[in-house]
Design a protein around this ligand. Sequence first.
Ligand code: ZN
Length: 344
Amino acid sequence: MAHSRQFISLAEARPPFFVGVDVGGTNIKIGVVDDLGRPLSWTSIHTEVEKGPGAGIARMQQAIQQVIAQTGLNVGAIARIGLGTPGTMDIAKGILLSPGNLPGWWNFPIRDRLSEAAGLPVTYSNDAGAAAYGEFWVGSGRVLHSMVMFTLGTGVGGGIIIGDLHVEGENSAGSELGHMIIDYHDTARLCSCGQRGHLEAYASAPSVVKRTEELLQEGRKSSLQARIAAGQELSSLVIDEEAERGDELSLEIVLETARYLGIGIVTAMHAIDPHGVVIGGAMTFGQHETQTGRKFLQRVKQEVCQRAFPILAQRTTIDYASLGGDAGYIGAAGLARLAYSRKS
Ligand SMILES: [Zn+2]
C-alpha cells in the first residue's frame, strides 16, 4: 500500500483533538487526530465479534484511553469521538441494524454505549462514508470540492461528499454505491444483499475470485493453477500477484473488474457530477506502484471516457485513495470535528 503512517508530536499538533474509531469485522482501528487531520497515535485491536458488543465496547474504551495516554493528553482534551461501523445501520439513532460481518451485534445502540463508556460525545457514521471523508479531508481528495469514493474489498462501499456534507440519506443508505445496478437481466449475478446485478456482485474481492474460478472451470490455462496446486487458496491478492507476473487470465479478470467499476463510476458521475472520484479499499491492485494497478486505473478511465458525458469524462479526476487503512478512523474523527464545529 502506498501509504506509510506518520505521526506528529503533541508540540506540533493543533487543538481541538478528536478520537476516530473504525470498527471492522476483524479489527478495530483507533487513533487520536488533531484539528488538521494529522494522527498523533494509533492502535488496532481485534474485534472479537463472537464475544458480543458489550465486551467490544469495553475493549474499545480501554484502547481509546491507551491512545489518548500515548499522546500525553488527558481525556478532557478530547472534544469528541467519531465512530464508523459497517451497515446496515440507523445513523440518526446510533444503532447497528444487521451488519453481515458483525453477527451477534445486531440492533445494538453502539453510539450511545460507546459514549457512556468513554464519557465523550460520539458522532456516528458508515465506515465507507468515514473513509471517504478521510480522503476528502486530508487524503487524495483534499484538493476536491466534491467527491465520490468507491472502496473495493469484501464488499463495495461508497461515500459521497459535497462541500462539508457527507451524504447519509434519509434511511442511512445514501452512499451505498456498491448496490447500484449495473446489469438488469434476470441472470445477473447475485449480490450479498440478496438482489441481482449490483456493482458489488461484480467488483468486490469475492466476486473477483468467483469470476476467476468460473474461467478456470471452463478449462482456461493460467499460472493460478500452479498456485492452487501448491495449496494456496485463491484470493484477489493471489490473482493480483499473478497478473503482475504476466498471467493473461489474471490480468483479464482485473481489467474486467475495472470495466464494471467504470460503469458504476459513470452512473455516480451522472447523478452527482463530482469534482473527483477516488478508488480505495483493500483491493486496489498495488495502485500506482505496480503495472497492474496502473493498468486497472487506465481501464477504469477508458470505460468512463466511452460512457460518460464528454465534458465529465474530460474534467472529472479519477485516482486512487492515499490514506490506506487509516482513512476510516481519520475520517470518523473528521466527521466528529464537523459535528463539533457546528455545535460550538
Ligand atoms: Zn446489493
